[in-house]
Design a protein around this ligand. Structure first.
Ligand SMILES: NC(=O)c1ccc[n+]([C@@H]2O[C@H](COP(=O)([O-])OP(=O)(O)OC[C@H]3O[C@@H](n4cnc5c(N)ncnc54)[C@H](OP(=O)(O)O)[C@@H]3O)[C@@H](O)[C@H]2O)c1
Length: 243
């Protein structure tokens, strides 16, 4: 797919990795539908940066953990007379849940944001793509979705479900829509991690450092441009999952 002039919906794109993905597509000439949940000010700043690349950018707010909000987002996009060509599910919730302390609330919060939201958004937008001109779905998962690390069982399971769902999407929406996942390793550590936690993580990739959000953004552009890669997961982790 030539992504120039295409409409790309990026969820969780106000800041951090989602922002970098949106900017990478804008630099390729794609128009951006920028979704955020609570980072309204940052969303507007990112939208200005995107527009300075010479493309259009519309900003949408939704809590994707709520199916009602997902439906509202889909309606607002339709009311704006926009058809999404590429959907990138990057929005995500991440926090520690040692198994013995995990509550029903924790499991619901992590599964709803990381799996249920992308599920219903892909169902709606992917269905529209399959009925019209086709498109691409790219789900941002995590290497830990296949090889879980300790104390994050609910998060890791939510990403594992997203990887399996990506394969289902490829089957369900064929032949006009492709669906792939990206499994990043550490590319931008959570802002509340201590310097000790950061140092420990840096040592755990084979390349001896963490990556950068642009590593994930480049992978997303690559998958969007491919017409034949389908139903797979691209690991972008500096070798973290081999250690
Ligand atoms: N950063 C890494 O090193 C790393 C490693 C592996 C995988 N990943 C994956 O890469 C993606 C991006 O990473 P990141 O570090 O940029 O993510 P992040 O900062 O943890 O979250 C990205 C955005 O998700 C949005 N979000 C959270 N819950 C939401 C909800 N219920 N509804 C709608 N939006 C919601 C938030 O938007 P608002 O700020 O607007 O509320 C947040 O800014 C994620 O899928 C993550 O799991 C990242």
């Amino acid at each position: 797919m030539n992504i120039e002039g295409k409409n790309v919906l990026v969820t969780g794109a106000a800041r951090r990795v989602g922002r970098e993905i949106a900017l990478a597509f804008a630099k390729k000439g794609a128009h951006i539908l920028l979704h955020y949940r609570s980072s309204g000010e940052e969303a507007l700043k990112t939208a200005d940066e995107i527009k300075s690349a010479g493309v259009r950018c519309r900003v949408f707010q939704a809590d994707l953990a709520k199916v009602g909000d997902v439906q509202k987002l889909v309606q607002e996009i339709a009311q704006a007379r926009l058809a999404v060509d590429i959907l990138i599910n990057s929005a995500s919730l991440f926090y520690k849940t040692p198994l013995k302390d995990t509550s029903e609330h924790d499991l619901d919060a992590l599964m709803n944001a990381n799996f249920k939201g992308p599920f219903f958004l892909s169902k709606e937008i992917g269905g529209q793509m399959a009925r019209a001109n086709g498109g691409r779905i790219i789900n941002i998962a995590d290497w830990s979705g296949l090889r879980p690390y300790k104390d994050y069982a609910a998060y890791c399971a939510s990403k594992g479900a997203l990887v399996t769902f990506t394969k289902s999407l490829a089957r369900e929406l064929a032949p006009k829509v492709t669906a792939n996942a990206i499994a990043p390793g550490p590319v931008l550590l959570p802002e509340d991690f201590t310097s000790g936690e950061k140092e420990a993580i840096e040592k755990l990739t084979l390349v001896g450092r963490i990556g950068s959000p642009s590593d994930v953004a480049h992978a997303a552009v690559f998958l969007a441009e491919s017409d034949f890669i389908n139903g797979t997961m691209l690991v972008v982790d500096g070798g973290r999952s081999l250690v």
